[in-house]
Design a protein around this ligand. Sequence first.
Ligand code: ATP
Length: 422
Amino acid sequence: MMLHIGLDDTDSPNGMCTTYLGALLYREISRLAEPLDLPKLIRLNPNVPYKTRGNGAVAMSFEADEEDVPKIKNLVLEFVEELADLTHENTNPGVVFLEGEIPEELTEFTYRAIWEHISIEEAEKVAKDVDAEIYKFKLGRGIVGALAAIGHPLKEFTYELLAYRKRRLWGTPRKVNRESVFEMDRQFYPFTYDNVDPYKGSVLITPHGKDPVLVGIRGIDKNKVLLAFESITIEEPLEFYQIFKTNQSTDEHLRFKKIADLKQFDNAVIKAKVVKSYWEKGRHVFFEVDDGTGRLRVAAFEPTKGFRRYVRMLIEGDEIIAAGGVKEFEGVLTLNLEKFYPVKLAKKIEYRKPKCPKCGGTMKSKGDYLKCKKCGYKMPKVLIPVEVPRKLQKKIYEVPPDARRHLSRPLVLPLGEEKILE
Ligand code: ATP
């Protein structure tokens, strides 16, 4: 019989990681039943407030003998009970089992969990409708992600290889040779990507928290991901590694929406006109757009670093396509920009002082008059409109790799522009 297992919300900033628990279970259950594919790492709506890091959930599918199913289910529940960080108030694990084919209704639920916010009660209702068995630990919010992960058909996918650390090393600095990662990137980019941040010169494959992950290598080719992993120099003993199939880098969180329809925690692509050019607060850069149905504040926050330079180049009248997550910031619904594309650039006019009509010298403003610095000639202040070239190009601008959402497709990948320009 086909058995699908989903789990989520087992970790906290103090440790653990749902992928680690999933990978351990995948290895254990593979002794009892036949895995139907690699385990799935499914990224859900990146805007939900409960996430620890990247809002990831894990699911896996097996062909199991009917008499082994209770044993497998017990194993999963025991692992979660034992390994999930249940002491943390924000950790509310959920486990889901589903037998047989995956119903269409569950796949619809998955996309809603990627696009919108879902309550625990809604998840419980869907579980009942599709005959899924749910187990809630504490609040059990994890059933949202666990169900959604099972329902994902992964028609489009990428890979991530996750290597895990020995337990005694959790929380200590990760020992991965920096130069070997840059060498790996030179050799395998873009088949594996987001390995390093070339602008900052930093390594991106190693996380920084107390979790069990040593490195995560993302890519579009399974063999290259493995070869890339084998090519880096790791200077600490490894527990094990697991390759996941994932919806990372697919842009599937983005949907075209009208500003009037946007809600808190949505993800959206909008087409609108800039109606207020940038202003800054702290190191964040903001501007405002209008698409005829409403006005919206757009933000390029500080972590987007050099991307903000291009945002500052937008002026009133520019027509753009903008993509990102919608969240309230200081009480105002704000689009947290991931990518933008200038569809039509407005003319940029600057008003400049004319040269002195008498001697060609430079004129200086004196109230309502202009006065030549050289010969002293005076004339009424009449400025000349001059069209200045725009520096923005007709291309998609994206945030740098370390500010990128897991679901965001890097432009370097095939079809990286599709969701924005379609
Ligand atoms: P990690 O990436 O390390 O696995 P995380 O960032 O995935 O951590 P979780 O601890 O899994 O964070 O917390 C996310 C919680 O939000 C889970 O309980 C999950 O079920 C829930 N959730 C996921 N998607 C949605 C959604 N669209 N609406 C409401 N809740 C959601």
